[in-house]
Design a protein. Structure first.
Length: 373
């Protein structure tokens, strides 16, 4: 593993030039076929919707690169990053990330992994703009003089026994170390056979409807939790999950003994970390549980499926990461008063839980969510 003591923060703009896409319709691709990949915002087929003539792109002044590059989706699958080894032309729903110096495939894949870890910031209602994306911060190895250490990145990537592009997005989105763990421990074909299916193949457009703001208390009864001290819990015959302020393992930090006369919270409820480094970490619990301090419990006021809970959990994480800050503006004072999320609504301007269900069911790995319903 790379020694992370040498890692330093860099803006995306330090590494890549962000080029906005323009136009390109499927009809144009059909009328002007060529060898240059035409990329839009979709995740399928590496974002490629066809192949277009390079000279036509030049005439139309479309955005393209004849050198290897990354692309990032602006809308739709906003934040989704692809590696284009032979260059590409991008439409108006994507952007080209053109490296400021020549880098090889291994380094491209390293950066794709890091950028995919930030994809959650652009889910649902937030689009990728040139300004917000080029100012994104990523941690990468650096040299003694404070420049990106491309040589170290390349060396490390070449030691891997598998292609980083094979890693499922669910691991990429949890960060670089999780992706490395996947390469070292997971049989890809077996994992995807067991988990990668989706409930529905329906194509869902998140932006074809109205979204409105809702206070969290309009959707849930908000409980302050047990506020137990983990160090004082026993583990002789542990049967109850203990949920703390963690961003990993569904927030579960231990399995503990059930306390006499203290009934655990039931499976299916949601938990939110109110403070600390992982402020806003929100999960649907799949087994009975107790909580530590600064972990709130969300109990739906109306019937809510596992799919809608996952949809809302992501929005809670998104809102927390963008508008709250650990040790400064934490959720404790806001979760029961003015914490707001935006949701898709029905014609009657009520939360459209049916739409939320359909969207989550259309995602990869959704087929196993019913197991914890």
């Amino acid at each position: 593993m790379i020694d992370k003591k040498t890692w330093k923060p860099f803006q995306v703009n330090d590494i890549f030039e962000v080029l906005n896409g323009k136009g390109i319709t499927k009809q144009e691709i059909s009328d002007h076929q060529g060898e240059l990949p035409a990329v839009q915002s979709g995740e399928k087929n590496n974002g490629v919707i066809g192949y277009i003539d390079q000279e036509y792109c030049e005439q139309m002044k479309y955005t393209y690169s004849t050198q290897a590059c990354l692309t990032v989706a602006r809308t739709g699958s906003a934040g989704y990053v692809t590696f284009q080894p032979n260059g590409c032309c991008v439409g108006d729903s994507a952007k080209i990330l053109k490296p400021r110096i020549m880098i090889n495939t291994e380094v491209f894949l390293f950066f794709r992994t890091l950028l995919m870890a930030n994809k959650y910031r652009y889910t649902y209602a937030r689009k990728v703009t040139e300004d917000n994306y080029k100012n994104e911060v990523i941690q990468i190895p650096s040299t003694l003089d404070g420049k990106p250490d491309y040589e170290m990145i390349e060396h490390y990537m070449k030691t891997l026994h598998s292609d980083v592009s094979d890693i499922p997005d669910c691991f990429l989105e949890e960060g670089y170390e999780k992706a490395c763990w996947y390469l070292d421990h997971v049989n890809q074909s077996r994992f995807e056979k067991s988990y990668a299916g989706r409930v529905s193949d329906e194509k869902i457009d998140l932006f074809d409807r109205e979204w409105l703001e809702f206070h969290l208390y309009d959707l849930f009864a908000i409980d302050s939790g047990n506020k137990f001290d983990r160090s004082k819990m026993t583990q002789f015959l542990p049967t109850v999950n203990f949920v703390g302020r963690s961003s990993e393992n569904n927030g579960v930090t231990a399995c503990v003994d059930e306390i006499e006369d203290v009934i655990p919270y039931e499976a299916g409820l949601m938990t939110v970390a109110l403070g600390g480094e992982y402020l806003g970490s929100c999960f649907v619990q799949d087994a009975p549980f107790y909580t530590s301090q600064n972990v709130a419990i969300l109990k739906p006021l109306n019937q809510m499926s596992i799919y809608s809970k996952f949809f809302i959990a992501h929005l809670i994480r998104y809102e927390s990461s963008n508008n709250y800050k650990a040790f400064a503006r934490e959720l404790n004072a806001h979760i029961k008063t003015n914490f707001v999320i935006r949701l898709p609504v029905t014609d009657g301007q009520e939360p459209d839980y049916g739409f939320m269900d359909r969207y989550i069911k259309s995602l990869s790995f959704s087929c196993r969510l019913e197991d914890i319903n």
